[in-house]
Ligand binder design. Structure first.
Ligand code: SAH
Length: 499
């Protein structure tokens, strides 16, 4: 304690003498947290020196112990919370600090939402160079969840041995490969626990061992559980280090009675790797796939399929994207005529639309219901195969799918006379390739709908798109991942009206 007091006094003395501080590891500094990083650390400044404080949230005043000191900033951990933020709550999950999946669970959900909304707006101003008042006037309220728990339709639990040699399921402690036991993550469905209990009971009964990374021995690596939220169908897949599972009948018997079980399967992964799934699956019971819907579009989901993990919010995100693609926005720049829900006409009818970075075609299939023709581009070939199947099971005939990089394929489509009226992009975190943005500007579509999972690259790309002929008209943040720092945003960019 004397040490701490001495340090703080020392800090003050330095300031009084007008000297710059020398910081060292284990030093304790008092700091007020004013912002939060991408990875969820609280950010605060001491005499202009930045601290990234693990487990501190905006509004906290903490004593922070420096853990890694750099010239202009330092990482730190909370030694003591001197004054808790008004937004601090008791997180329901005891393991949230160890796990690191829910970086901001100690913040009330309301505060999480305003943090994300502000992040989107401030990135658009800071990085995108847009006017602050203008951004405030065109940004809609962030779309959050009513109940921000149990929203994930997919869980992957590693299986291992505890120190006492018991079989456990849980999660890897942050940046490690040691398993912390939990069967009930608050983001996952409540059936997960019952399923994991049954799998562990089967393993005990039949002498099936967990896989051990160090020796490469043992059988069960992960349990993958997926649920179709709108159908209630559940799939359980054991990822194993063998070609087959011994006494699979016992596993099936134990799992069969879990309500909703539609598919029990194994995935074979014998490689010494961090990648969870191998490339071969075998069904032990029921169907090869489960079914789910986003809106009225049907998806068949296998153990290896990509599918958005929060279907309720995905639906809201893509409905917003549809609204922006279709609605009658006054092109004189004064925003909406009437309220947001009033989609007067379907301006997409008869139109040619591109859906770039289309993944398994979720947005594409929504678009195909309204537009004349939809052209979809995605770099992962497997995803394009899934997208084609999804189009087929939904009876969609006006969508074409191409696999390749959007920036490379866009010029080819143009050359073939495929000229878009509207372009939708939904790129990964690194945003759009500059080459693609240049192509978009040269094609001059009526509007561009930008769906983003990273506000910083969104702002960078919008700055370029809105340099001359285009204008940012609408912005809507959507919270797809409550308790994490991630934030999605939908934006509408359209041609300025000639004056
Ligand atoms: N809308 C999609 C999800 C998009 S996620 C859906 O609902 O399924 C972003 C997608 O962009 C990923 O599927 C990724 O594989 C793809 N991608 C990444 N780089 C790309 C590129 N250069 N060109 C086209 N697609 C790309």
């Amino acid at each position: 304690e004397i040490f701490k007091i001495y340090r703080i006094k020392y800090q003050k003395d330095y300031k009084e003498l007008g000297l710059s501080m020398n910081y060292s590891k284990n030093q304790i500094l008092e700091v007020e947290i004013t912002d939060m990083s991408e990875t969820g650390e609280g950010i605060g400044k001491v005499d202009g020196y930045t601290l990234f404080v693990k487990d501190a949230i905006i509004g906290d005043t903490v004593r922070a112990g420096l853990t890694k000191v750099k010239k202009n900033y330092s990482f730190a951990r909370v030694v003591e919370i001197i004054k808790p933020s008004k937004d601090r709550v008791n997180p329901p999950c005891e393991s949230h600090r160890q796990c690191g999946g829910c970086q901001i669970m100690a913040m009330s959900y309301e505060a999480q939402l305003s943090f994300k909304e502000n992040k989107v707006k401030s990135d658009l101003v800071r990085i995108g160079d847009f006017d602050k008042d203008y951004i405030d006037s065109i940004t809609e309220n962030i779309i959050g969840m009513e109940n921000p728990y149990r929203y994930r339709n997919k869980a992957q639990y590693p299986i291992g041995l505890s120190k006492d040699g018991e079989i456990i399921a849980g999660f890897y402690a942050k940046r490690t490969h040691s398993i912390v036991e939990t069967k009930d993550c608050f983001l996952g469905v409540s059936e997960n626990k019952q399923i994991l209990d049954a799998v562990i009971l089967y393993m005990k009964k039949c002498g099936v061992m967990p896989y051990d990374e160090a020796s490469g021995k043992g059988t069960v690596r992960h349990v993958l559980i997926r649920k179709g939220f709108s159908t209630g169908e559940i799939m359980v897949c054991l990822v194993i280090n063998e070609d087959s599972l011994k006494r699979a009948d016992v596993l099936v018997e134990l799992l069969e009675n879990v309500p909703g079980i539609k598919s029990i399967c194994i995935n074979i992964n014998k490689k010494n790797t961090n990648v969870i799934l191998g490339d071969r699956c075998e069904t032990l019971f029921g169907e090869d796939t489960i079914t789910d819907y986003i809106g009225d579009i049907k998806f068949k989901i296998g153990p290896m399929s990509f599918f958005q993990v929060n279907p309720a919010q995905t639906r809201k995100l893509y409905e917003k994207a549809m609204e922006y693609a279709m609605s009658n926005v006054d092109l004189n720049g004064s925003g909406y005529e009437g309220d947001n829900t009033a989609i007067q006409d379907n301006i997409l009818s008869g139109k040619n639309v591109w859906d770039l970075y289309c993944g398994i075609g979720t947005i594409s299939l929504f678009l195909s219901k309204k537009a004349k023709r939809v052209t979809c581009v995605e770099i992962v070939e497997q995803a394009i195969e899934n997208a084609k199947e999804n189009a087929m099971i939904n009876g969609v005939t006006n969508a074409e799918f191409y696999s390749g990089a959007a920036e490379d394929l866009a010029p080819v489509l143009l050359k073939n006379g495929n000229i878009p009226d509207v372009i939708v992009v939904d790129p990964p975190r690194k945003g759009c390739d500059k080459k693609l943005l240049d192509t978009i500007l040269s094609v001059k579509p009526e509007r561009v709908v930008y769906v983003s999972c990273d506000p910083a690259t969104l702002a960078r790309d919008l700055k370029l798109l809105c340099e001359s002929e285009y204008e940012l008209k609408k912005v809507c943040p959507v919270d797809q991942f409550p308790h994490s720092t991630h934030c999605e945003t939908v934006c509408l960019v359209s041609k300025k009206c000639p004056v």
